[in-house]
Design a protein. Structure first.
Length: 202
């Protein structure tokens, strides 16, 4: 930018001529040079900001998108017809409670309750434990995360949350379902637990 003093002597930006002049034509040229130098600095700053945006913000957004996709993969719901007996909490599914049995005390301390649940592919016996017995009723739509399908006392196969699983109500009544087949009544191969976590056919 050209700065005029009391003596009308222009002081020029370093991008312009190094020595001041009183020639109007040269003064106009110097002003133009100043303008383009200033515009060039703005353009360089804008370009730096754009590069910084691409370099630092986009990777984090891309990482967030990858995490979102990863979470979606983790929350994929397994149809009840596809559950199989296992020794690990690895079942994520969603169903509606059709029936809820009477609450009983196990060991004189823990409350337990057996229910029948179903989705659009199959049904299964579902065990509620302690506070779960009071939290859910017939008609509730339940999401089970990290559930387990295993044998309980009496050699009955039941689906349950277990110590590592989680159950939560996500709706009520409006869900398609079938009652057959009942996955708890299928004659699975007799199995036993070995090495703590693995099932082996007998």
């Amino acid at each position: 930018m050209v700065i005029f003093t009391n003596n009308f002597r222009p002081q020029l930006h370093p991008c312009a001529a190094s020595s001041p002049t009183k020639d109007p034509s040269k003064l106009l040229i110097a002003g133009a040079v100043q303008f383009f130098c200033f515009f060039g600095n703005l353009l360089a700053l804008h370009r730096f900001s754009f590069v910084s945006f691409n370099r630092f913000l986009l990777p984090s957004h891309y990482l967030d998108f990858r995490l979102f996709r990863s979470r979606r993969r983790q929350l994929t719901m397994l149809p009840l017809k596809d559950i199989t007996p296992a020794a690990r909490n690895n079942i994520n599914t969603q169903f509606i409670i059709l029936e809820k049995g009477k609450i009983t005390l196990e060991g004189g301390q823990n409350k337990t309750c057996m229910g029948l649940v179903a989705d659009e592919t199959a049904s299964v016996h579902f065990q509620l434990w302690n506070e779960e017995c009071d939290a859910f009723e017939a008609g509730d739509i339940i999401r089970l995360s990290n559930g387990i399908f295993s044998y309980q006392r009496g050699n009955n196969l039941v689906l349950r949350a277990g110590k590592r699983g989680k159950v939560e109500k996500v709706g009520e009544f409006t869900m398609a379902f079938v009652e057959s087949p009942n996955m708890s009544e299928i004659l699975w191969p007799r199995i036993r637990i070995i090495r703590g976590n693995t099932y082996e056919s007998l």
